[in-house]
Design a protein around this ligand. Structure first.
Ligand code: BES
Ligand code: MN
Ligand code: ZN
Length: 506
């Protein structure tokens, strides 16, 4: 789908030939004298249109409006959140229709900000998205082009550009997350990273079994043992500023399928464990967005990718393995594999002398019980990092919630047979998992996002959400040494004020 942003007046919007016109109608709309405003005002007056976000009224060949269909949609208080609901409803109403070109009028909103437009663009793409890789017959929406019209396009160009970059990142994350495990093996995931590495400013390095073994990643290899698919350790780099600047490291859990291993999972809904690499997918998506946004920051992405399978060679409950950190781990439950691949990636992260490390993982069913699908679990050993991620969640509408890390939660991880066990009891399962990870993060400022509840949806709408790409992107933009300016074209501004790093000239 193509997006366009242009300056247009309320009356001009009515004269444009599009298959559909979406008019956003906020609760405090000031009526204009153009046909669309009058239509909206009379519908509200008659009680036929509510201004609550997402409430709709659709008409055909309305007098004085050149677009064939008109969708009046309530935009509530015109906040980014309301715009998100409004756009989702409007696009859902149109996507199965014979509609290729859409004009979205933002003219009735009092204030169109960067964040408002960004939310509208992201919601529009999200509603129109359809997975088709292994379902070519999937009726992807016919929507080809969506044009946003506002009274001063230049004012919100930055929000529009950021929206487009986010859409690319979110869609890449969804694509890889949605692919079944036989179309998204560790090797294929590494191939996606290699492709990303061809973009200007990005580099990818892929480590195979031998290199992983040489590094001493005994915990990661223990998980991988039971599978015929070879593991991969993916290292991505985005260099946006001087080499001397310490990078932020993102680590994504990349279990391309989680059967549970010898501690095998029940059959019901096991298919959803193809989504157990959503952390990895979110790292790929974030790097896709960085390539476009070009913030002045260095970022490293690490993805331990493998399958967790039962087999004659699988690791068994009670086996003790030695992690890259040197700590021995008693694997009491082979289904607690995420923390095993992550702990070695955390140790690997030390070599970058990072300013912060954030791991992202579909780590525990307990986190789904605790927070559901609304907010991701946020565990931060460092309050400043915790607050920055919390704030990024709010600003990007990709919410998370701070969870505790009291040392008492680590009691259950004690064992007579190793430095640490990989599981504690059932109680506080999301927290005990985080406490396990924290043992491997003493050398840097660290946070952990448990996205088990937020990374995908089940049921009829089964599919990846692309979360937490928006949160991660906002966090990284906030960490850039030169904050991305508002109301200025991102690319133009960056090019003018910052020398292009060497890596991008190739
Ligand atoms: N990938 C799962 C976590 C998960 C389960 C995410 C269900 C979303 C939905 C993880 O590897 C796992 O199996 N965790 C176990 C840990 C337990 C054995 C301590 C869990 O949550 O049951
Ligand atoms: Mn598991
Ligand atoms: Zn898992």
């Amino acid at each position: 789908m193509d997006f366009e942003l242009k300056t247009s007046s309320r009356s001009r919007v009515c004269a444009e030939k599009y298959d559909a016109l979406i008019v956003l109608v906020p609760q405090d709309m000031v009526a204009g004298d153009d046909a669309a405003s009058m239509l909206a005002a009379s519908a509200v007056r008659a009680g036929d249109l509510e201004c609550k976000p997402g409430k709709l009224l659709t008409t055909y060949k309305a007098v004085g409006i050149s677009a064939k269909r008109v969708v009046l949609v309530g935009a509530g208080d015109a906040s980014p959140k309301s715009l998100r609901s409004a756009m989702a409803a409007a696009v859902n109403a149109l996507k199965t229709a014979n509609v290729k070109t859409v004009l979205v009028s933002l003219n009735a909103l009092h204030a169109v900000t960067d964040r408002v437009l960004q939310a509208a663009v992201v919601a529009c793409a999200d509603a129109a998205y359809a997975y088709s890789t292994t379902k070519p017959s999937s009726t992807a929406s016919k929507l080809g082009k969506v044009t946003f019209a506002t009274s001063d396009a230049a004012m919100v160009q930055a929000g529009f550009d950021k929206g487009l970059a986010l859409v690319k990142g979110i869609e890449l994350a969804k694509e890889w997350a949605n692919r079944p495990a036989n179309y998204a093996t560790p090797v294929l995931l590494a191939g996606a990273a290699k492709e990303l590495g061809k973009l200007p400013g990005l580099k990818a390095e892929i480590l195979g079994s031998k290199e992983i073994a040489k590094l001493g990643m005994g915990a990661f290899l223990a998980v991988s043992r039971g599978s015929d698919e070879p593991p991969r350790f993916i290292v991505l780099r985005y260099d946006g500023c001087a080499k001397a600047e310490a990078p932020v490291v993102l680590i994504g859990k990349g279990i391309t399928f989680d059967t549970g291993g010898i501690s095998i999972k029940p059959a019901a809904e096991m298919d959803e464990m193809k989504f157990d690499m959503c952390g990895a997918a979110s790292v790929l998506g974030t790097f896709r967005a960085l390539a476009d946004l070009k913030p002045a920051i260095n970022v490293v992405g690490l993805i331990p990718a493998c399958e967790n399978m039962p087999d004659g060679r699988s690791v068994k409950p009670g086996d003790v393995v030695t992690s890259m950190s040197g700590q021995t781990i008693e694997i009491l439950n082979t289904d607690a594999e995420g923390r095993l691949v992550l702990c070695d990636a955390l140790t690997y992260a030390e070599r970058f002398k990072p300013r912060a490390v954030v791991d992202i993982a579909t780590l525990t069913g307990a986190c789904v019980v605790a927070l559901g699908g609304v907010r991701s679990g946020l565990f931060a050993g460092d309050d400043q990092l915790g607050q920055a991620l919390m704030d990024a969640g709010e600003s990007s509408l990709d919410l998370c919630w701070r969870m505790p890390l009291d040392d008492e939660y680590a009691e259950g991880l004690k064992t007579n047979f190793a430095d640490v066990a990989n599981v504690a009891g059932r109680a506080g399962g999301a927290v005990t998992a985080a406490k396990f990870l924290q043992r491997f993060s003493s050398k840097f400022s660290w946070a952990h996002l448990d996205i088990a509840g937020t990374a995908w949806k089940g049921g009829a709408a089964k599919g990846a959400t692309g979360r937490p790409v928006p949160l991660l992107v906002d966090y990284l933009l906030g960490q850039a040494t030169m904050p991305v300016p508002l109301n200025v074209n991102v690319k133009a501004r960056v090019a003018k004020t910052r020398p292009v790093p060497k890596t991008r000239q190739a």
